[in-house]
Design a protein around this ligand. Structure first.
Ligand code: NAD
Length: 474
């Protein structure tokens, strides 16, 4: 794969109109892996024009044919799954064995759902004298973050392809490399020129230009709430459709009768996976006050057993954070937790013992966290868990919902009925019960400032389609 410095536009790898580049750094070694182009406005215009040109033919290609392309892309992704996992591990720092399962195999299975969904789009519905027709929204800008780079992209590319949209993809600056492999795979799968276009560059220039571009009909954005607000503002001028997957501060409620050891182990491991850089990470653990010290002592033991180390080692559970900047942000939050008077029971400031290079942070747990503390309210996006005591389940639900975010939540209970009752009361796009698994056929998205719209599942197709009612004479 030698195209990192180029862009994929109108079915060809081309040079950027700009000579500027930025390095992609391996966060475990702090050494550059490669560099990619820092695109300029000419590149943006060229990519959008290619997507616009390709739109009429792709939009009218029957769903069953679009499904064949999706299937061909999924097959090629499977053939290159190890390569993809290693690439993501190198640019992101997630251990490769975990990246293979979580970052690669999961989303490929998710992509395969769109084969069937694309077929369904060929069906028309009749309501009385109206023919209801589903059509693609048009040219889409797909802007993704670095923490699950392929997963985020496939969650957008899959429904866009199925719906008949054409697209300009802009991955993050930090972890763009799997997007290049995806572009090459689209080319190898024979996807018509201009349906999938890839450009690279900063959010404030390239991202912003896509959001304000008059020939872009929709923005599908995943990233922080702060950036999401800017994206929506930029898109408002041309009344684009905006679908957003944003930040989170997700609670895990452990009910009073739950298996405490299992629940605590689940919660601690969940926040440490991908070094806490998961939008759904269970960063607040809500524990019954009657069992609080028992939970704290178990959490400390689990944290001590988390193996932090090189992403290349099979024994590693947690690698470095993605960048020096992210490492510094997380260190500042840990300092803030200490300043605010939370009790540090594991980890803390500095790097794990014995690690020299790399943007590592210790698996960190704070106990005695008050819901009003900054560390309990803001998204830290690092391996930092806040343990918060609660009095009864009403109190737990109140604390869980007392957040501007509403992306995800979890309940650990000994009775499914009780867990379901609690789940129904949570203001959250998804609730995981007793370790319930992510389901790529189910809709995924956030309440409140965690976003709008849904990815994955059939719901995601609604984001990428318009509905037309053709009124026939009675
Ligand atoms: P970010 O908001 O900094 O960047 C996301 C993307 O937006 C990048 O490609 C960036 O270049 C681009 N961007 C930046 N400024 C822009 C602008 N003004 N206009 C257009 N595009 C712009 O986020 P990040 O640091 O890459 O990712 C971490 C954040 O993403 C966390 O807040 C996390 O919770 C969130 N996230 C949410 C989900 C979800 O599904 N809800 C999933 C993963 C990550």
């Amino acid at each position: 794969m030698t195209h990192y410095k180029q862009l994929y536009i109108a079915g060809r790898w081309v040079d950027s109109a700009s000579t500027a580049e930025y390095p992609v750094i391996n966060p475990a070694t702090e050494q550059p892996i490669t560099s990619v182009a820092e695109c300029n406005l000419d590149d943006v215009n060229l990519a959008v024009a290619a997507a616009k040109t390709a739109l009429p033919a792709w939009a009218t290609t029957p769903g069953r044919e679009r499904a064949r392309y999706i299937s061909a892309i999924a097959e090629r992704l499977k053939q290159r799954e190890t390569e993809l996992a290693e690439l993501i591990s190198r640019e992101l720092g997630m251990p490769a064995h975990l990246a293979l399962e979580i970052q690669v195999r999961g989303p490929i299975a998710g992509l395969e759902s769109y084969i069937q969904y694309a077929h369904q789009l060929d069906e028309t519905e009749q309501i009385g004298n109206s023919l209801i027709v589903t059509e693609p929204v048009g040219v889409c800008a797909l802007i993704s973050p670095w923490n699950y780079p392929l997963h985020q992209l496939i969650g957008k590319v899959g429904p866009a392809l199925a719906a008949g949209c054409t697209m300009v993809v802009k991955p993050s600056v930090e972890a763009p490399l799997s997007a290049y492999l995806l572009a090459q795979i689209c080319a190898d799968a024979g996807l018509p020129a201009g349906v999938f276009n890839l450009i690279s560059g900063s959010g404030h220039l390239v991202g912003e230009a896509l959001c304000t571009h008059h020939d872009v009909d929709m923005i599908s954005f995943t990233g922080s709430t702060q950036t999401g607000i800017k994206v929506a503002q930029s898109a408002a001028n041309s009344v684009k459709r905006v679908c957003q997957e944003l930040g989170g501060k997700s609670p895990l409620i452990i009910t009073p009768e739950a298996d405490l050891e299992a629940a605590v182990q689940y919660g601690v491991e969940d926040i440490m996976i991908n070094s806490g850089q998961t939008c759904t990470a269970l960063s607040r653990m809500l524990v019954p006050s009657s069992r609080y010290e028992e939970a704290v002592s178990h959490a400390r033991q689990v944290a001590e057993q988390i193996k932090v180390g090189s992403p290349q080692e099979a024994a590693s559970f947690m690698g470095p954070l993605v960048s020096r900047q992210q490492q510094q942000v997380v260190q500042r939050y840990i300092q803030q937790g200490i300043n605010e008077g939370a009790r540090l029971i594991a980890g803390g400031l500095g790097k794990p013992a014995g690690i020299e290079a790399g943007y590592y942070v210790k698996p960190t747990i704070f106990a005695d966290v008050h819901p009003n503390m900054t560390i309990a309210r803001e998204e830290i996006f690092g391996p930092v868990l806040c343990m918060i005591p609660y009095q009864d389940l009403d109190d737990a639900v109140r604390i869980a919902n007392d957040s501007v975010f509403g992306l995800s939540a979890a309940v650990w209970a000994d009775s499914e009925q009780q867990a379901l009752e609690v789940a129904r009361r949570l203001q959250s796009g998804q609730v995981f019960i007793n370790g319930g698994a992510f389901n790529y056929q189910a809709p995924f998205g956030g309440y409140k400032q965690s976003g709008n719209g849904r990815e994955w599942g059939l719901d995601s197709l609604r984001e990428f389609t318009e509905t037309k009612a053709i009124q026939l004479p009675r």
